[in-house]
Design a protein around this ligand. Structure first.
Ligand SMILES: Cc1cc2nc3c(=O)[nH]c(=O)nc-3n(C[C@H](O)[C@H](O)[C@H](O)COP(=O)(O)O)c2cc1C
Length: 172
């Protein structure tokens, strides 16, 4: 299957990237096609709420920024994986912007499952991010949640976390 990963950490070699790379390697080793975007290093502006995509041209966003590269990949994917560091108890603004911009394509019909990967400093800080993921993605898109993975503090960049994420990707 085709898997698109939307990753929202500015650190290219950080803890979130470490988890994402482990997952992507496992998924590729299982024979899946993996497309990765780092939304923190792309020009993705916040949703304008102009409703052009709803009222004027269905599914078309007026903002011609880097989301134009992301839309076709999401729409042709079987699975979408969201990955982010925890910033102030929720997903990073760089990932949030991309999620908000899916407003224009609304519910991607091809996507059957999603997953969430998060890295943080402390443990037990994931409540708001998980709630958003469930309500805005899993329930709204009507997809299967394939897994929620977290890594905090000393666990970040650990061999054990690499194995956990690699095995998840491999298992798909
Ligand atoms: C702006 C900012 C806000 C943060 N907020 C939290 C937080 O609310 N809870 C927490 O446990 N860690 C918080 N952290 C720590 C990061 O989540 C943690 O260092 C994470 O592993 C960074 O991942 P990265 O290496 O991919 O950037 C914050 C870090 C930054 C820069």
């Amino acid at each position: 299957m085709k898997i698109t990963i939307l990753m929202g950490s500015p650190h290219l070699n950080g803890s979130t990237a470490f988890l994402v790379n482990a997952f992507a390697q496992g998924a590729k080793d299982a024979g899946h096609e993996v497309v990765q975007f780092n939304t923190a290093h792309m020009n993705i502006r916040g949703c304008l709420g102009c409703d052009y995509c709803r009222d004027k041209e269905k599914g078309v966003c007026v903002q011609k920024d880097d989301m134009q590269k992301v839309y076709p990949e999401i729409l042709s994917s079987d699975m979408v994986v969201f990955a982010s560091p925890i910033y102030y108890f929720t997903l990073s603004a760089q990932l949030q912007a991309a999620i908000h911009r899916t407003y224009s394509i609304d519910i991607p019909q091809n996507v059957k499952q999603t997953a969430l990967i998060m890295s943080s400093g402390d443990r037990f800080v994931y409540g708001p991010a998980i709630t958003q993921y469930y309500q805005s993605i899993v329930e709204y898109w009507k997809v299967r949640n394939a897994g929620i993975f977290t890594s905090a503090g000393d666990d970040n960049k650990s061999e054990q976390k690499y194995k956990e994420l690699y095995e998840f990707g491999k298992s798909l």
